[in-house]
Design a protein around this ligand. Structure first.
Ligand SMILES: [Zn+2]
Length: 77
């Protein structure tokens, strides 16, 4: 069953994206994150599994970074 974009109901395609989040005191950038990307509007969504892994990576980095952390999903996970 195909998943549809919750924004525009466009077709979602598998791809990779760069996830970025601002924690207030520092910024975390995670490259090569597997995501569903809408072919119509470009909206990006993550599976529950990927979202949990992102959270885990952020939690692991939180205490060790000062300003910016750039990591790779494949090597950090
Ligand atoms: Zn869309």
């Amino acid at each position: 069953m195909d998943e549809l974009c919750f924004m525009c109901k466009g077709q979602l395609e598998d791809g990779f994206t760069t996830f970025m989040t601002d924690l207030g005191t520092c910024i975390v950038i995670i490259k090569n994150v597997p995501a569903k990307i809408c072919s119509q509007c470009g909206e990006v969504s993550y599976s529950d599994e990927v979202a949990k892994k992102i959270q885990k990576i952020i939690n692991g980095l939180r205490d060790s970074i000062t300003e910016v952390a750039i990591t790779d999903y494949k090597t950090a996970a």
